[in-house]
Write a protein that binds this ligand. Structure first.
Ligand code: PHE
Length: 330
């Protein structure tokens, strides 16, 4: 029966081992028949044989167990080798992501102005009254403050309602010549088809010593920028009001949907309003201690640009994270 020790040791897989187990320990196995033989023996002989048989049984059991553990591990390892994937391999079925349309639009806007030699300036999202309003010629109780529904904190801090406070920070931190854009998030208490409480603006500011900067400089760069963004369109400047610019204008482009004929999107006017601008108001220069300088500023809403460029009807859908929308921007 000792031959079985060798057999177990040289078993190649779990199947073979199981067959051996039945052959040894099964009801009709070699052990069972040895125990039957035991019954026919007597006295001392029976005792010795029984002892031998039991220790052999134990030995076989031990070896079998060990061999089974070994084969099991071997099998798992073999399977892991076979199933392994090379994660560095290219898989054509992989889903690829895409930039969010607002980020993508933001990048396009920023890249235009970087090419035009503007530098990026950033400011904090949590602002104070001075930078967001006061220094921008919006004194306390000025009615124009109502144009921007503000989120206030308890300690007279607020969430910036526009990127214009970065104009103030930039002018306080540097000296002319200044050629800056300030992209970033802004916040207003507004929520409907065309407003979300958080949205994004890009601010522009150009300041030079003397009277070098004129309205025609402003007009040139914005026209060129809008044609860069929207292609074959007309641009018009409409007199308007902002406390921090004088004169001020709102800029319209001919409706990109109806080519200026009049449609639902442009409220049948043929024009779409896309940004606000003007020459920096002397009071703003005064509040940062600038004398004898000239400059222009402009500000635009990035979501508005994204909606027009991608014909998105509801602004809120940009922030719902619905993959069916996002997948269209691959
Ligand atoms: N800050 C203005 C707004 O949020 C936009 C603007 C910026 C207008 C700079 C003129 C000059 O509506």
């Amino acid at each position: 029966m000792k031959q079985y020790i060798q057999k177990i040791k040289s078993a190649l897989d779990l199947n073979e081992l199981e067959k051996l187990r039945i052959e040894i320990f099964g009801k009709k196995g070699v052990l069972a028949s040895s125990f039957i033989k035991l019954k026919s023996l007597n006295g001392e002989e029976k005792k010795i044989f029984a002892q031998e048989l039991n220790s052999l049984k134990q030995e076989l059991n031990g070896i079998l167990q060990k061999k089974r553990d070994f084969l099991q591990i071997q099998e798992i390892e073999k399977k892991m080798q076979e199933d392994s994937v090379d994660i560095t391999l290219f898989d054509a079925s992989c889903e690829s992501g895409a930039l969010h349309p607002v980020q993508d639009t933001m990048d396009k806007i920023i890249n235009y102005f970087l090419d035009m030699n503007f530098k990026i300036q950033e400011g904090p999202l949590v602002e104070d009254d001075f930078h967001n309003f006061e220094a921008l010629n919006l004194p306390k109780f000025h009615p124009a403050r109502d144009m921007q529904d503000t989120f206030y904190f308890q300690d007279s801090k607020l969430l910036r309602t526009h990127t214009s406070p970065v104009q103030i920070r930039t002018m306080l931190n540097t000296r002319p010549p200044i050629r800056a854009i300030s992209p970033g998030a802004v916040f207003r208490r507004d929520f409907d088809l065309t407003h979300t409480p958080e949205f994004h603006q890009v601010e522009g500011l150009v300041v030079e010593e003397g009277d070098k900067v004129s309205f025609s400089n402003l007009k040139f760069i914005l026209e060129d920028f809008l044609i860069h963004m929207f292609g074959d369109i007309k641009v018009r400047f409409r007199p308007s009001f902002f406390p921090f610019t004088e004169p001020s204008a709102e800029v319209d482009i001919s409706c990109i949907f109806c080519k200026g004929k009049g449609c639902r999107v442009c409220s049948h006017t043929g024009w779409l309003e896309v940004l606000g601008c003007g020459m920096v108001d002397p009071n703003v220069f005064k509040s940062v201690g600038y004398e004898n300088v000239s400059g222009y500023a402009f500000g635009l809403g990035v979501e508005r640009f994204a909606m027009l460029l991608h014909q998105i009807p509801d602004l809120r859908s940009l922030y719902e994270g619905d993959l069916r929308l996002l997948e269209q921007f691959k």
